[in-house]
Design a protein. Structure first.
Length: 408
């Protein structure tokens, strides 16, 4: 839905630093212009809009975004054309800095667009591009750059793991417990709970919308790649993510309610142009692991780390949401994760990751690698956000207020 140019209430300018005192518990929304003409005056969105007011509960394909470099530009030009055309693979070769592969805007957008064809699709793009042989070949090289970058970011820890005398289940559980118990400072969830302004909290939700509006889908690729008790553990977790088959309880739907409470667009992929590569990384890593059977161990490790590090942060997000005047119905998204993930973490650690280590011990290193990638993606995102907010700037690549600023 197009944004209007006259919002009802303006969010504060990002003049506060990380050391700023907590604002009063009154939300000065919206973060972006309201989605619907009924959002006028001081009536909270949580009492005027419900998910049932949506014209459709089905996600539409994502419109092609603006390019961010030579590779994404060549890819978007390609996807806009005939799927039978000759592809010049030289234009799709990424030649950026290998040490920045995990956060490079151009590379991460190109990966996200090719992966998205396996989810809701891209508006106006011929669906034959999904498995076009030359595009798959190009993506394979991008994935290798990403994998090399991820290994570079986790190698120091991996070498230390290699000295662990334990093996199999015991080693997996020891490493995952160590990762989950780490409480690095500064903590993004603590900052959102205690100090974030309404604009900063809204930006956080915009970043997360790229994953949470498809929540659980990337990990679900693991189900047909697993068997026995390990598959049962995965299905147990995923069933809760999908609300036990009840659409209003699906986590993606709960997140829609949360977005609308914050006067943000709940359209799938709406904020693609606004988020940087480090935000896209979070979903790209799961898609990479999920779409390749050989990475099923990494996918399991990634999900296990997700579940083991979810309950406490979501409790903090809930308190920050309420501190800033967020509605109770919208808070269900956070509250549900606090309750569900406090159970999921044990299933994920013992039955899923531990079970896979028992049944396929050759995947132990991959399980640990996936967990470390999840931790790294979270840390990289938090580092980006703190860096931008610490400078008094937007953490978004393209702020929602219409500014043309592009975050570096």
């Amino acid at each position: 839905m197009p944004e209007t140019s006259t919002p009802t209430r303006r969010a504060p300018e990002l003049s506060l630093t990380l050391a700023s005192p907590a604002p009063a518990p009154v939300r000065d929304r919206p973060i972006s212009p309201p989605m619907d003409p009924v959002h006028r005056g001081d009536v909270p969105c949580s009492t005027t809009v419900r998910p049932s007011h949506r014209s459709s509960s089905f996600d539409e394909p994502v419109p092609l975004p603006a390019p961010r470099g030579p590779v994404s530009r060549a890819l978007i030009d390609l996807l806009s054309g005939d799927a039978e055309a000759i592809v010049d693979l030289r234009l799709l070769r990424w030649t950026g800095d290998p040490t920045k592969a995990t956060t490079d805007d151009d590379l991460q957008l190109a990966l996200w667009l090719t992966y998205e064809q396996h989810y809701r699709g891209l508006a106006g793009v011929d669906e034959r591009w999904e498995w076009h042989p030359e595009l798959v070949w190009a993506r394979r090289s991008w994935e290798q750059h990403l994998l090399d970058g991820l290994r570079g970011e986790t190698d120091e820890h991996a070498s230390r793991d290699g000295q662990d005398p334990t093996s199999g289940r015991a080693r997996v559980q020891a490493v995952l417990n160590e990762l989950a118990s780490a409480d690095d400072e500064p903590s993004l969830s603590k900052f959102l709970m205690r100090e974030a302004t309404s604009r900063q909290f809204g930006e956080f939700l915009i970043h997360r919308s790229l994953y949470h509006l498809k929540e659980a889908d990337p990990h679900t690729w693991a189900i047909p790649r697993l068997s026995g008790s390990v598959k049962a553990a995965m299905v147990t977790i995923q069933a809760d993510e999908y609300g036990g088959g009840a659409m209003p309880a699906m986590h993606a739907q709960l997140f829609r309610t949360l977005l609308m409470d914050w006067d943000l667009h709940d359209t799938y992929g709406h904020y693609l142009d606004h988020v940087p590569g480090v935000t896209l990384l979070a979903t790209n890593v799961i898609s990479l692991f999920g779409l390749h059977r050989r990475w099923r161990g990494a996918l399991v490790g990634h999900l296990a780390m997700f579940e083991m590090t979810s309950s406490v942060p979501n409790g903090r997000y809930a308190r920050g949401h309420r501190r800033l005047g967020g509605g109770e119905e919208a808070a269900l998204f956070f509250d549900e994760h606090v309750v569900a993930d406090s159970v999921h973490d044990q299933i994920a650690l013992h039955d899923l990751a531990g079970g896979l280590a028992d049944h396929e011990p050759q995947l132990v290193d991959d399980i640990i690698f996936g967990a470390r990638c999840a931790a790294y993606a979270d840390a990289a995102f938090a580092g980006h956000v703190f860096d931008r907010w610490g400078k008094g700037a937007s953490s978004l690549r393209r702020p929602v207020d219409g500014s043309s600023e592009v975050a570096s």
